[in-house]
Design a protein around this ligand. Structure first.
Ligand code: ZN
Length: 250
């Protein structure tokens, strides 16, 4: 029988194999809601501005955790040469329970302004020694009508090229407003508002932006596609971002 995308033990079993095959170090960074929280670090991390990848901060978005793993399985031989910090699943309790929140009902993706939440504290501490050039945070949106992304950027943006790579699998969300904000061709570049984020709490992407990450991308897939297609969209999006990152700046 095929094991579920909400089986955290199975997810981490497969990441352990990726770590062995790629030469990345798998490190437990905390225990949250009874589950071990992990990151992977590549030998190249710290030598130059890094790449930050995460999934599963919302536990009901399992195409994100599967897609990040699928990308890693495919690019195992190249990963040790990339300056990678990877968080395979930031809300294991949520993944197992198929819930967006943690066990206490918190949206973990509103907790990155400080160290009061154990997940945010562990991630912030793990990332502290490193600078990041680009970050991709993988999510799903059950109201979406296609793929879309949020992009907080200080350098030439990757958003169009990433959605272009994914489009063959899932078309872009063409709505002009997404989540109450203006969107164009599947891309949201929200104006950064200190006040707004102070009220709602900092998402992971905002924390990365504020600590100097030049491109902080939140990628979203819609629920109507099958898990396989959604997962593949995440894998393709990550692959495209890494490819764009590795190209010399023009
Ligand atoms: Zn989400």
């Amino acid at each position: 029988m095929r094991r579920s995308s909400h089986d955290y033990t199975y997810l981490m079993q497969r990441w352990r194999a990726v770590a062995r095959g790629s030469g990345l170090r798998l490190v437990q960074i905390a225990t949250v809601d009874g589950f071990p929280l992990y990151c992977l670090k590549s030998p190249a991390l710290g030598h130059r501005s890094g790449l930050y990848l995460s999934a599963g901060i919302h536990g009901d978005e399992s195409a994100a955790t599967e897609g990040l793993l699928a990308w890693a399985q495919r690019f195992q031989s190249q990963m040790r040469h990339l300056p990678l910090l990877i968080f395979p699943c930031l809300n294991p309790w949520g993944l197992v329970m198929n819930r967006r929140s943690d066990a206490a009902g918190n949206d973990v993706n509103r907790m990155f302004h400080g160290d009061e939440h154990p997940t945010a504290a562990a991630v912030r501490e793990t990332a502290a020694p490193y600078a990041f050039d680009s970050a991709m945070l993988l999510h799903e949106d059950y109201d979406a009508q296609g793929v879309y992304l949020y992009e907080l950027t200080k350098r030439p943006a990757f958003g169009d090229a990433i959605l272009g790579a994914v489009e063959a699998l899932i078309p872009k969300d063409q709505r002009s407003r997404v989540d109450g904000r203006r969107a164009r061709d599947g891309i949201l570049r929200p104006r950064f508002s200190v006040k707004r984020f102070a009220e709602m709490g900092h998402p992971e992407a905002v924390w990365l932006h504020l600590r100097g990450c030049a491109r902080s991308i939140t990628f979203e897939t819609p629920s109507e596609a099958s898990l396989e297609v959604r997962s593949e969209a995440h894998a393709v999006a990550v692959a495209r971002m890494v490819e764009l990152w590795s190209m010399p700046a023009v």
